[in-house]
Design a protein around this ligand. Structure first.
Ligand code: FMN
Length: 218
């Protein structure tokens, strides 16, 4: 017997969340500590790419766009990601330096939402991370004109072969169009799925001297 196509019954696809709970009494006073705790738990639970996150940006006239990127560092200053700065996201961030990030860790029935202002990393911060990437990825960064239309897959592979020949065994410098951004959180929400859609939502909002912590209705 063939399985019924689940798309025929999207309205009936649902899951009860019962694994964990999150109380304002247990939550860390500092959201970065809370993030680290949940990140470590997501990793230990076996999430395939715990550092994959949705990055939402927007044009100045309020048209949003979103895509997955990888978190490369989280510290007291913010959440770092790396990309082609001439890409669609790069253009949107230079015109409107505000973004939202979303992590979804389904094995733990958890979501983390982060919103804030965005700043570009310094060239030396970006160069330090760039140098840690595999050689082929560094060459790839020179070859990719991320988000522009190209004639074909073959043209991309030819450009990669040419760049590989050109660089030979030499050093691969940081391209001008490549670098990192830091999302400086103003708001971080930790969402824990619960029974009957009565989820736990703990919200941290930046205040003059630290963080205000509260609970949102599910
Ligand atoms: C799991 C995953 C990780 C990704 N990580 C990155 C990343 O760290 N940086 C990046 O520029 N694109 C990354 N991408 C590709 C982006 O989703 C996107 O296709 C690309 O950045 C172009 O986006 P834009 O046209 O909106 O600028 C990743 C995609 C997936 C599915």
């Amino acid at each position: 017997m063939t399985n019924p196509d689940p798309r025929n019954d999207l309205a009936a696809l649902r899951k009860e969340y019962r694994l964990h709970r999150l109380s304002e009494l247990d939550a860390e006073p500092d959201p970065l500590r809370q993030f680290e705790r949940w990140f470590d738990e997501a990793t230990a639970a076996g999430e395939a790419e715990p550092n994959a996150m949705i990055l939402a940006t927007s044009t100045t006239d309020g048209r949003p766009s979103a895509r997955v990127v990888l978190l490369k560092r989280a510290d007291a200053q913010g959440f770092q990601l790396f990309t082609n700065t001439s890409s669609r996201k790069g253009d949107e961030l230079s015109a409107n330096p505000h973004a939202a990030l979303v992590f979804f860790w389904p094995l733990l029935e958890r979501q983390v939402r982060i919103e804030g202002r965005v700043e570009e990393l310094t060239r030396s911060e970006s160069a330090a991370y760039f140098a840690s990437r595999p050689r082929e990825s560094r060459i790839g960064a020179w070859v990719s004109q991320q988000s522009s239309i190209i004639p074909s897959r073959e043209s991309l592979e030819r450009a990669m072969e040419e760049a590989t020949r050109r660089f030979g065994d030499g050093e691969i410098p940081l391209p001008d169009h490549w670098g990192g951004y830091r999302v400086i959180p103003e708001r971080i929400e930790f969402w824990q799925g619960r029974e009957n859609r009565l989820h736990d939502r703990i919200l941290y909002q930046r205040a003059a001297d630290g963080w205000n912590v509260g609970r949102l209705s599910p």
